[in-house]
Design a binder for this molecule. Structure first.
Ligand SMILES: Cc1cc2nc3c(=O)[nH]c(=O)nc-3n(C[C@H](O)[C@H](O)[C@H](O)COP(=O)(O)OP(=O)(O)OC[C@H]3O[C@@H](n4cnc5c(N)ncnc54)[C@H](O)[C@@H]3O)c2cc1C
Length: 564
């Protein structure tokens, strides 16, 4: 049992996309104290800033939790690497930086399920308030907010040709996504500033590190929430070999992501009673939806060799190529080092019966076997296609009552006939684009899965062999009113802290606005993203000196910010 006790008004678990924003908004009121706990370390590593650094941060324990999924029958019984950021900034420090708000119909559908306040019309001004588009307030984007949005700083002839080929197949070129209807083909806009990653830390945390009422603790792994009755009282965490406890006099806010948040709830006694009893955890609240309903975008990574054109493969595999890219980046902050994995995107219907665009391509001027592996030596591209509205569902369930043991992550990818159908349709659509006139001069040659794979059955099998996550797990703390919902539309854990309390307005706005940084292509993603348990208590006590001392790794930065 942790004995060290610190008292804050708000204790936020997880300094990822949501946690950084919340820490910023909550600590804007100097009268309240905020503690932000992050299991990972500082984000001061070179490869976090350089956009192409995702090749080094993914599958690296320095920045990634390095989870593994359970083998899936329809994924050729494979278990796959499941990247999640474990560092200040969370996934926003290792992600692909694509700025995507999602589609209007998805938000509206989500609101219609009993979640008032979440329609596209209501979300749009919140997105705009957060954005800082490099061209100002045009193209529906906002200007002057914290989230920098910029155009790509590198162009590839082969991607321009792919865009023209998509146009031949009925996917019209458009200027920007994010207008509510994403149908079309465009270059992705990114969360970057002048060629450097613009993570949630840079947007929301660094500018406020000098606030005296904000304490950020890195290398602090939250292991359990403590409850008084049905009200969350605080968070136990491990800092190095020490066990500590931080009491929350107002709220505990969980922003530990789609894997970490349900795991922590289950460890704390909130979840399916049957599951918790298996591990001897006393049930605080039997809430069966915790960790269930996991779903994700499965990308089917078809790959094509091309000729007579530059791709990243040749550049990375040549000393001169690497030197040229490095020099261009150092001098101008342009070129391939500024690129996220995918620069060109396209949205379409996998078949005409679909009401709106339900598949998306991420087109990459490169190829590799899997993230973490070297790029191939020959010129090639990867027009990966994913189903935006998968119907297969999985779960996140603890495997032990020890917080250090990773939970079971079961996706059940391609479990439903509908998902297998969309995967096959998406692959056939990709082939039509690759066969279009605009790409003919590059003599594309499909090597994954290969031209011999033709029947629906074989394509289904190939989708299972080539498919992998595009890193968008959601749904494990579903928002709504039904029996499997975990939070209500104001993101309060259902059944916990039933007392009538009032959320500060600024906090509510933040909570609703943060999906900007998330892959909101499917609105269901946002359901899992951030939620909280709460209780109201008397006025906040002063911040104890001991709590400041526990800031550890952040103390240096805090002083720097002050002196600057
Ligand atoms: C490789 C990759 C590429 C992606 N590409 C894009 C993209 O291009 N565009 C886009 O919009 N989205 C993308 N995403 C998804 C997007 O980054 C995430 O959906 C979003 O960052 C999630 O925000 P979050 O705050 O919910 O969780 P996270 O950002 O995951 O933050 C959770 C934080 O909580 C911490 N944590 C977890 N458990 C504990 C604990 N017990 N104690 C203390 N701390 C804990 C974690 O270390 C982490 O820092 C990508 C994700 C990945 C991994």
């Amino acid at each position: 049992m942790a004995t060290d006790q610190y008292v804050f008004d708000y204790v936020v678990v997880g300094a990822g996309t949501a946690g950084c924003l919340l820490a910023n908004r909550l600590s804007a009121d100097p009268a309240v104290s905020v503690l932000l706990l992050e299991a990972g370390g500082q984000d001061d590593w070179f490869w976090i800033d350089v956009p192409v650094g995702y090749l080094y941060t993914i599958a690296n324990p320095r920045t990634d939790w390095c989870y593994k999924t359970e083998p899936d029958a329809h994924l050729a019984n494979r278990s796959i690497h499941y990247a999640r950021g474990r560092v200040l900034g969370g996934c926003s420090s290792i992600n692909a930086m694509i700025h995507m708000r999602g589609q209007k119909e998805d938000w509206d559908h989500w609101a219609s399920l009993g979640n008032p306040g979440w329609t596209w019309q209501e979300m749009l001004p919140l997105f705009q308030r957060l954005e800082d588009y490099e061209h100002g307030a045009v193209d529906t984007y906002g200007s002057g907010g914290e989230v920098r949005v910029e155009d790509p700083r590198v162009r590839w002839e082969i991607l321009d040709a792919w865009r023209a080929a998509a146009g031949e197949c009925g996917i019209a070129p458009i200027k920007v996504f994010n207008t509510g209807d994403n149908s079309g083909c465009a270059y992705f806009q990114m969360n970057q500033k002048k060629g450097v990653r613009w993570s949630a830390t840079k947007a929301f945390l660094r500018p406020v590190m000098n606030r005296r009422n904000l304490t950020v603790v890195t290398q602090a792994h939250a292991t359990r929430l403590r409850f008084e009755g049905r009200a969350a009282a605080g968070v136990e965490f491990r800092a190095g070999s020490d066990s500590r406890y931080a009491k929350a006099s107002r709220e505990v806010i969980l922003a530990a992501g789609a894997i970490g948040s349900p795991q922590l709830l289950q460890l704390s006694g909130v979840g399916s009673g049957k599951l918790l009893q298996q591990f001897g955890i006393p049930v605080v609240h039997d809430l069966p939806g915790v960790g269930e309903n996991l779903h994700d975008h499965l990308q089917v990574r078809m790959q094509y060799k091309v000729s007579g054109v530059k791709t990243l493969n040749q550049m990375v595999n040549s000393l001169w190529g690497k030197a040229a890219m490095g020099l261009e980046y150092l001098l101008f902050k342009t070129g391939p080092l500024t690129m996220p994995p995918s620069q060109l995107g396209a949205f379409a219907r996998s078949d005409p019966q679909q009401p709106t665009a339900n598949i998306e391509w991420h087109v990459q001027p490169l190829s590799l076997d899997k993230f973490g592996d070297p790029l191939h030596a020959f010129p090639a591209i990867t027009p990966s296609v994913c189903n935006l509205r998968p119907t297969s569902r999985g779960w996140v369930r603890i495997k032990s009552n020890d917080a250090a043991t990773y939970p079971e992550i079961k996706l059940n990818y391609l479990d439903t006939p509908e998902d297998r159908r969309v995967a096959v349709d998406g692959m056939r659509f990709t082939r039509r684009i690759m066969a279009a006139r605009a790409l003919a001069k590059y003599r594309p040659e499909e090597f994954r899965p290969g031209a011999s794979v033709q029947s629906d059955k074989d394509l289904e099998k190939a989708a299972g062999e080539l498919g992998t996550t595009i890193f968008h797990p959601i749904g494990t703390c579903k928002m709504g009113q039904d029996a499997m919902a975990v939070v209500d539309e104001r993101l309060r854990v259902r059944g916990i802290s039933a007392c009538a309390w009032r959320t500060p307005r600024s906090c509510r706005a933040s909570l609703r606005a943060t999906p900007t940084l998330r892959p909101t292509r499917s609105p269901r993603k946002a359901r899992a993203w951030c939620w909280r348990t709460a209780r109201v208590r008397p006025p906040p006590p002063a911040l104890p000196a001991a709590a400041r001392a526990c800031a550890g790794g952040t103390a240096r930065r805090r002083r720097t910010a002050r002196s600057g």
